[in-house]
Design a protein around this ligand. Structure first.
Ligand SMILES: Cc1cc2nc3c(=O)[nH]c(=O)nc-3n(C[C@H](O)[C@H](O)[C@H](O)COP(=O)(O)O)c2cc1C
Length: 195
């Protein structure tokens, strides 16, 4: 698959097989993330690669508990409202039980933290597609990135005191086999040429 195909056919996958991702493929995906551009070449992204099922389970429990304590109304961002409402009902799994969750942390005081994180995550999702793996951006840990219990737990996993989460991505083999590579209908993303 060439670069344009990998970019144009990448779609989010939300249903995974439990098979682990081979270390060699995971390393390639991480290298794609680490080679992403960063403001001032600061290279401040910190990739926490979580494959441990107990740790994933603990994060699922903690995010559900945190969302269940929050309130949503008509003005709440729809995806956040969904997380809150689903958590209050119980059984909410923010990462679709994918076998790998890569949490991207960055320095809290650095102005390009989310931009640098986004570049890395997009690179990793494109690399995953090129390797026949599914992926999806996962934003719940970003929304909860000042939640004391989660900050503390992520610090036990290696996140530094000055860091916070600015995004995450799940990786794994799609339940359907190959990733869904359909083209997406464009409803926005306007282009204006000034020739
Ligand atoms: C900043 C950002 C946050 C997102 N957060 C989530 C999320 O938390 N959960 C999820 O299932 N998808 C999430 N997505 C995926 C989008 O829903 C998805 O990219 C969009 O619907 C377009 O579909 P496609 O990725 O298949 O092209 C996120 C995407 C971005 C760029």
């Amino acid at each position: 698959m060439d670069a344009m195909d990998a970019i144009l056919t990448r779609r989010s996958t939300r249903n995974y097989r439990q098979d682990p991702v081979e270390k060699a493929k995971l390393q390639q995906i991480l290298e794609a993330g680490r080679q992403a551009p960063s403001g001032g070449n600061s290279q401040k992204n910190h990739f926490l690669v979580i494959e441990n099922r107990e740790v994933l389970r603990k994060l699922i429990t903690m995010t559900e508990a945190a969302f269940a304590r929050m309130e949503a109304d008509a003005d709440t961002y729809p995806s956040l409202r969904h997380s809150i409402e689903a958590s209050k009902r119980g059984g909410y799994v923010f990462c679709y039980n994918a076998p790998v969750l890569i949490v991207v942390a960055n320095c809290r005081e650095y102005g390009n933290n989310m931009a640098d994180c986004a570049c890395a995550i997009e690179n990793m999702m494109i690399a995953a597609n090129a390797l026949d793996l599914g992926s999806c951006w996962i934003n719940q840990l970003r929304w909860l990135n000042e939640e004391p219990a989660l900050v503390q737990y992520l610090q036990t996993l290696g996140m530094k005191e000055e860091e916070r989460v600015y995004g995450a991505v799940i990786i794994g083999y799609p339940a359907e086999g190959l990733p869904n590579r359909g083209r997406m209908a464009q409803k926005g993303n306007e282009v204006t040429f000034i020739s």
